[in-house]
Design a protein around this ligand. Structure first.
Ligand code: OGA
Ligand code: NI
Length: 322
């Protein structure tokens, strides 16, 4: 795993590679192994054409380069709004500011009319986003089928309510920042089921591993994938939802695009029966995704609604015996 790359400087980890051109069995095994260890991996030969990603990156760049007045039409501080542009630098978080701007879009699946709620500018944004989202989500659902096969679940385990909630897309922009003490995105675990990210070539994403932060380095054209908290619960803690953050960069701005596969609000988030036995009892209470989302919402006003900070264990069953 990762042997195709030259050794990286300290603090950088080459993520485990999941190569979609291998056999199903090999892919499944790679996903499960990565999920049990680092919880982050990179997917290569995923079948999403280069042009689709390039168009997406170009239109993102265009969006963030538009005159503020055009972008600000879409601006909102209301974190219950499914489609909005907002900025981490304006949060009312008791003085804490995060150095990122985000265009967050959401849609039903299939996307259908929900794209009419996305920005009209830049001109081709809706069309390009739709194509990108359909292909990226399709790859994510295939990944979940492979994961199910690798873990002994029925292949369509995540195709019901667990994976059928509204899809969210985050287009993050981290402007150049001279202050090394300012963070781009604070440490968090994702609240959705599965996160698929196209990182930029500018480093900044870090994940926590064995008590230290490591900067993510990927192969060209790879997707970075990580598991959200619901997957940790479904697998009764076997797969890890790992804390990650984005640090700022003094020289270059950074952009990333995340596609999030999400459960429906009424879906029960609980360990799959297949993983439970007398020796391995449930480690988490069953709650609806709506309750789950609230439990893992941040106390601080205005923080990004796919983020959660330090509430990771709130669903865990605590042994009350003394
Ligand atoms: C997120 C996230 C990482 C990045 O949006 O939840 O972790 O690199 N983004 O922007
Ligand atoms: Ni995240």
């Amino acid at each position: 795993m990762g042997t195709l790359q030259a050794p990286l400087p300290e603090g950088f980890i080459s993520l485990p590679v999941v190569d979609f051109s291998l056999s199903r069995e090999e892919i499944s095994r790679a996903i499960v192994n990565a999920g049990k260890d680092i919880g982050f991996f990179q997917v290569i030969n995923h079948g999403v054409p280069k042009e689709v990603r390039r168009d997406m990156e170009a239109v993102c760049q265009e969006f963030f380069a538009m005159p503020a007045a055009d972008r600000d039409d879409f601006y909102s501080d209301d974190n219950l709004k499914p489609n909005r542009f907002f900025s981490g630098s304006t949060y009312k978080t008791g003085g804490t500011k995060f150095w990122f701007d985000c265009l967050r879009l959401s849609s039903t699946f299939p996307i259908g009319d929900s794209k009419n709620d996305w920005p009209e500018k830049p001109q081709k944004l809706r069309e390009i986003f739709e194509r990108f989202a359909v292909l990226t989500r399709g790859m994510g659902m295939e990944l979940l089928r492979l994961l199910s096969e690798g873990m002994g679940l029925r292949p369509d385990y995540f195709e019901g309510d667990l994976g059928r909630g509204n899809m969210t897309m985050n287009l993050n922009h981290y402007p150049v920042c001279q202050d090394p003490n300012t963070i781009g995105l604070p440490p968090h675990c994702d609240r959705n089921l599965l996160s698929l990210l196209i990182p930029s070539t500018v480093p900044g994403l870090q994940f926590s591993y064995k008590g230290s932060w490591f900067t993510v380095e990927t192969m060209p054209d790879a997707y970075i994938v990580n598991f959200g908290l619901p997957l940790e619960v479904v697998t009764n803690g076997m797969l890890k939802s790992i804390e990650h953050r984005v640090v700022t960069n003094p020289k270059e701005a950074r952009r990333s695009v995340g596609v999030f596969i999400t459960p429906t609000w009424d879906c029960l988030i609980s360990p799959a029966e297949e993983f439970l036995s007398k020796e391995n009892p449930a480690r988490y209470h069953a709650v609806t995704f709506r309750e789950f989302y609230d439990m893992h919402s941040v106390v601080k006003d205005g923080l990004s609604s796919v983020l959660t900070i330090s509430h990771k264990n709130s669903q865990e069953i605590v042994d009350t015996k003394i």
